[in-house]
Design a protein around this ligand. Sequence first.
Ligand code: SAH
Length: 219
Amino acid sequence: MNEARHGAGMTSQRTRERLITRLRDQGIRDAATLDALAAVPRHLFVDEALATRAYEDTALPIGHGQTISQPYIVARMTAALRTSGPLERVLEIGTGSGYQAAVLARLAQQVYTIERVGALARSARQRFAALRLGNVQVRHGDGSHGWPEKGPFDAIIVTAAARAVPPVLFAQLQEGGRLVIPVGDEGQELTLYRRQGTTIAYERLESANFVPLLPGEVG
Ligand code: SAH
């Protein structure tokens, strides 16, 4: 597709690099995370009408009442998962546009992602195919049960807010595995958990504002 039709350079590599500089200035230090964000064309994960805003550091609507997360939050959660251990098998709950999964696909061996809205799951699948991201598997369903057949995971990322962490998710973490999730209704806290033997350590990262984790699935 030619650049003019896609927003007169607003989606160019240079625009993307300005975003990366900004994320670094905001305290994202992990070079591999920043490289992954630099490599993923976020404008292909939003509607064409919003493509010129894709490299602003803001959440944007993706239809079905859902949003693609703010790049800073994507970077913060990704960098948190990369601390203290390998990142080979990753589970994401809340595929949405597929952007966060595409970023993870550049850092992990295999990414599994679950989305409750069928239309979003299908369009994310098409984006992964178009970008030749062969290491992402999408499932349409309720992610609050995890994906036990594919676990245990080195890392689990939940990109919708839960009042409490669904306990089955801890059970699907590898020893030393990390789980990052926004917890709470109003006033959510992005929280990083780490499984250490039979105990779970946790650390609050910062406040966040995600759409809620909802039960069941819709077409
Ligand atoms: N990670 C996404 C942003 C996600 S927005 C991105 O990069 O674009 C949160 C998503 O979680 C929405 O698409 C919503 O439909 C989905 N969701 C909410 N509850 C869910 C559940 N129980 N299982 C799976 N997906 C869920």
